[in-house]
Design a protein around this ligand. Structure first.
Ligand SMILES: C[S@@+](CC[C@H](N)C(=O)[O-])C[C@H]1O[C@@H](n2cnc3c(N)ncnc32)[C@H](O)[C@@H]1O
Length: 202
């Protein structure tokens, strides 16, 4: 396993709670209008499922990958409650080999846990598994404001790193910012980068 994420332990420690909530993230809500019903969505690092269930509830055909069995159990419960189907895959995203084609590949706060030396391979694989009209959207932690939570070890994205991966695509949006967080009981900030890119021929 290549992840350095503390989240699997956190999900297992709190099996009856949704540590990250059940409402979709602001990033997922922002992207909703890009998705048509039936769009084939792949989420990397879906956690307890809040965004995958949101995409499925919007009519998308969703495959969601996470390393954490405890997270996926909660995600399944959330999908059942919402009355939607999602293909849940317990796998290390760094080793995941997509068998299908996707129209939309999405990650929110997850792929920075994949060590830098493996990230290029992961993103190259999912780019290759994207339909000609496909879009990718990622929100990652960057090294501008570092707050280490729960002893996590992260290869923070550096300036321009994500943009370089998508240099051969059309980048629609590439923004930097900070998000507030208090998951460890102390209010703090994380610097983030968001990127939305589409296939060049789309
Ligand atoms: C901060 S949580 C975000 C979860 C979800 N995207 C959300 O916003 O609710 C990060 C997630 O990435 C997952 N993760 C970390 N490394 C991973 C890897 N190598 N493969 C698959 N999932 C991974 C963790 O298990 C965790 O669920």
């Amino acid at each position: 396993m290549t992840t350095r994420s503390p989240w699997a332990l956190e999900y297992a420690r709190r099996p009856d709670e949704y540590v990250l909530g059940t409402a979709p993230s602001a990033f997922a809500r922002m992207l909703r209008s890009l998705l048509v019903p039936g769009a084939r969505v792949l989420e990397l690092g879906c956690g307890e499922g809040r965004d995958s269930v949101f995409f499925a509830s919007s009519g998308c055909d969703v495959t969601a990958v996470d390393v954490s069995a405890a997270g996926l159990r909660k995600a399944e419960r959330l999908a059942r409650r919402a009355g939607v189907e999602v293909r849940w895959v317990q796998s290390d995203a760094a080793r995941y080999l997509p068998k299908d084609q996707f129209d939309f590949v999405y990650s929110c706060g997850a792929i920075h846990y994949v060590p830098r030396r493996l990230r290029a391979g992961l993103l190259a694989r999912v780019k290759a598994a994207t339909s000609p009209i496909g879009v990718h959207a990622h929100l990652v932690f960057t090294d501008r404001t570092i707050y280490v939570e729960q002893n996590e070890r992260i290869d923070y994205f550096t300036a321009g790193e994500l943009g370089r991966v998508y240099a051969d695509w059309r980048v629609w949006w590439n923004g930097h910012g900070t998000i507030t967080c208090d998951r460890d009981g102390r209010p703090h900030l994380h610097s983030v980068e968001e990127l939305i890119a589409r296939q060049p021929e789309a």
